[in-house]
Design a protein around this ligand. Structure first.
Ligand code: DC
Length: 242
């Protein structure tokens, strides 16, 4: 399936387009973006994974996430790459594929801390824009609609209450056979929300032209339907060619 944007006459007007999905941790951005990418036949780009890779590098080098100078000095010494194979994104650090290593809970805190450092954001900015220049993308993160792709054709700000997000994370961990503590998860989610939205550079906030979608009370299927509706209403005409 291939999706193209057409004008009223049915001619292809623009082969590439971008959908930005921003929102707080645990709102379900990546699940939503993956489902939409599959439906629309475009690439899903997980920008959180890119910050997680820097967070991972910082931990590997024994640097504290709070040591701004140490983190900035490290940027000159590391190579961060996102590669796409069969529609899946793989993060590489100095040529090594990190796989699931960036998903550890400890890495979430490192990622959130390094993401508040302006030099880190500058270091990763061009890489994210380049991916969007070369592909039609659905990109999720915190500042995609505001900073990375301010001209994205569609911007969605996905949110849910902290309690709902903590509950989902809790159930996810139970399913993985872990023994999570709901109260602790809620505290961590609130800490990350505060850090991500109160930092000086590229704080988490909806772009002025973003459509707000709160999925606290709706299912994943309903969220995908609502987001697809938003995308189709924002793009002049989306045809599904086979
Ligand atoms: O979405 P995530 O949990 O994988 O993101 C990890 C951290 O990276 C999160 O604390 C916020 C930060 N981040 C960011 O500041 N900007 C982005 N575009 C994506 C993630």
């Amino acid at each position: 399936m291939k999706v193209c944007v057409t004008d009223e006459s049915g001619l292809v007007k623009k082969a590439k387009y971008a959908v930005a999905i921003d929102g707080p941790s645990g709102a379900g951005k990546s699940t939503l973006a993956k489902a939409l990418a599959a439906k629309l036949g475009i690439s899903y780009v997980d920008t959180g994974a890119i910050y997680r890779t820097v967070g991972y590098a910082v931990r590997q080098h024994g640097i504290s996430g709070d040591d701004k100078e140490g983190v900035v000095a490290l940027l000159d010494k590391i190579k961060v790459d996102a590669r796409f194979e069969d529609g899946k994104q793989y993060m590489y650090l100095d040529g090594e594929c990190l796989g699931e290593k960036i998903r550890e809970n400890e890495i979430s805190a490192y990622a959130s801390k390094v993401a508040a450092i302006p030099e880190v954001r500058t270091f990763l900015l061009e890489m994210q824009r380049k991916i969007a220049r070369e592909n039609s993308v659905i990109m999720d993160g915190r500042d995609i609609g505001t900073v990375i792709l301010p001209d994205a054709e569609v911007k969605i700000f996905l949110s849910a209450t902290a309690e709902k997000r903590a509950k989902r994370r809790y159930l996810e961990l139970i399913e993985r056979g872990e023994n999570p503590d709901y109260d602790q998860i809620l505290i961590e989610i609130k800490e990350r929300d505060l850090r991500d939205s109160s930092r000086d550079v590229a704080p988490l906030r909806p772009a002025d032209d973003a459509v707000l979608l709160d999925n606290s009370e709706i299912s994943l299927e309903a969220t995908v339907d609502a987001a697809e509706e938003i995308i189709r209403s924002k793009l002049p005409a989306v045809c599904t060619a086979r």
